[in-house]
Design a protein around this ligand. Structure first.
Ligand SMILES: [Zn+2]
Length: 412
């Protein structure tokens, strides 16, 4: 019996530790210090100048966990966003802007009402407008592929800029109309919020709610409008400049601690690349053009593979067991852990999640989820509940005893 059990554990371990084909993407992301080979690639000519000169994502030295978390969020938006925590100058914003070269394409509705074919095919043709129903009936597309975009939240954004509000221009013309905010623009896009810890809590809550639900309703007086906001949220913060409330931490799928590089060689390599980028940005972009194109293609491929990626039930139970042992209350923990593991397997070209995939993403999915306040609160509540039950139980026993004593008295 004992041997059987051990055998089962051993086989699960062996399976997951078996050598696997590591994709180019994971290799590029996980190499400690990828040394760029100077490729004879020309700088991409079909892009505007300002777009072609950002620091290449893959040329960021080290910071493996940050690069991996960002790539996983692009592959599977269901991981629930990424929070980058680290001091200034650790490359957080450079990394997020570098993602522009890796962004996949998404299907966007061509209809002003935002009709989507999935709604019609799942819930019926009454879910789309007449025009779209007709097009679908004729086999015409109502969506078209479009590149995902990076939307940056301006530091001075007001709540109405973010969620939307009354259209002031229309008001001047005597009309009442709702103007969509930044969240609506961020639908199916990447939304980057720098210094999230310094932002008005009302704005942070609106963004987190929209990111969690994939839609947002703005109400102004008698008017209300709901719009889609299926966004991949990436936020960064410098812990030196103020803490983020613990309940906010839990609302990000993945949390990455971005540390300064400790290896002197790595630091020198950063200096060399930054110097090259300053003197001739095209040269650095060209050096990394081949790897960047390969990584972008792999991310797109991983997104196509993701719907087929499954998790064996014993690994699902393993994940829940870890979360239970850690005393994490929030269900977001297993959603982030399991969805990140699926994205990791998809990135590696596989359709079944292994224990190794879970391990690769466990830290970023599970750290900073425990809430000392909630743990103490729950423990205190359990103690009070026990006291209440003890009193009720004692009273019940006492009254039973009294009833029995009364019956005995009656017999006498
Ligand atoms: Zn329509």
């Amino acid at each position: 019996m004992g041997e059987d059990h051990q055998g089962a554990v051993l086989s699960a371990e062996t399976l997951s530790e078996a050598p696997r084909r590591t994709s180019m993407l994971l290799r590029l992301l996980e190499e400690r210090n990828p040394a760029a080979q100077v490729l004879r690639a020309r700088p991409p000519a079909d892009r505007p100048v300002e777009e072609a000169v950002r620091f290449p994502f893959l040329a960021i030295v080290g910071q493996t966990e940050m690069k991996l978390a960002l790539a996983l969020a692009l592959i599977n938006p269901a991981v629930g966003g990424v929070l980058l925590m680290g001091a200034r100058g650790t490359g957080k914003t450079t990394a997020v802007r570098g993602l522009l070269d890796l962004l996949p394409s998404v299907e966007r509705s061509l209809c002003p009402y935002g009709c989507e074919p999935e709604a019609a095919y799942t819930l019926g043709f009454h879910m789309v407008c007449k025009d779209c129903a007709r097009k679908l009936g004729h086999g015409e597309p109502i969506t078209a592929p479009d590149r995902m975009r990076l939307i940056e939240l301006p530091l001075n954004a007001r709540l109405e800029d973010v969620v939307g509000g009354l259209d002031e221009q229309a008001a001047v013309e005597g009309k009442v109309r709702i103007r969509y905010g930044l969240l609506a623009q961020a639908d199916q896009n990447l939304l980057y919020v720098d210094e999230v810890n310094l932002l008005d809590p009302e704005i942070v809550n609106a963004i987190l709610d929209a990111a969690a639900l994939g839609r947002y309703t703005v109400r102004r007086g008698p008017l209300a409008a709901t719009y889609r906001a299926r966004l991949v949220l990436i936020a960064s913060m410098n812990p030196e400049e103020g803490a983020l409330r613990p309940q906010i931490h839990d609302r990000f799928g993945l949390r990455v601690v971005v540390r300064g590089l400790s290896d002197p060689e790595d630091r020198l390599e950063v200096y060399r690349r930054v110097r090259l980028f300053r003197s001739n940005p095209y040269a650095l972009v060209a050096q990394w053009a081949h790897e960047t194109a390969a990584a972008a293609a792999e991310i797109a491929e991983a997104r196509r593979r993701l719907p087929r990626v499954t998790i064996p039930p014993e690994l699902e139970r393993q994940a829940i067991n870890w979360i239970h042992q850690l005393g994490i209350e929030s269900s977001r923990a297993e959603i982030a852990l399991l969805e990140a593991a699926r994205a990791y397997a998809a990135a590696d070209g596989r359709e079944v999640v292994t224990l190794q995939d879970l391990r690769a993403v466990a830290l970023m999915a599970l750290r900073q989820r425990r809430s000392p306040f909630v743990t103490t609160f729950v423990a205190q509540q359990e103690k009070e509940d026990q006291e209440i039950m003890a009193i009720i139980h004692n009273w019940h026993r006492r009254s039973n005893r009294q009833r029995k004593a009364g019956r005995r008295g009656g017999k006498r």
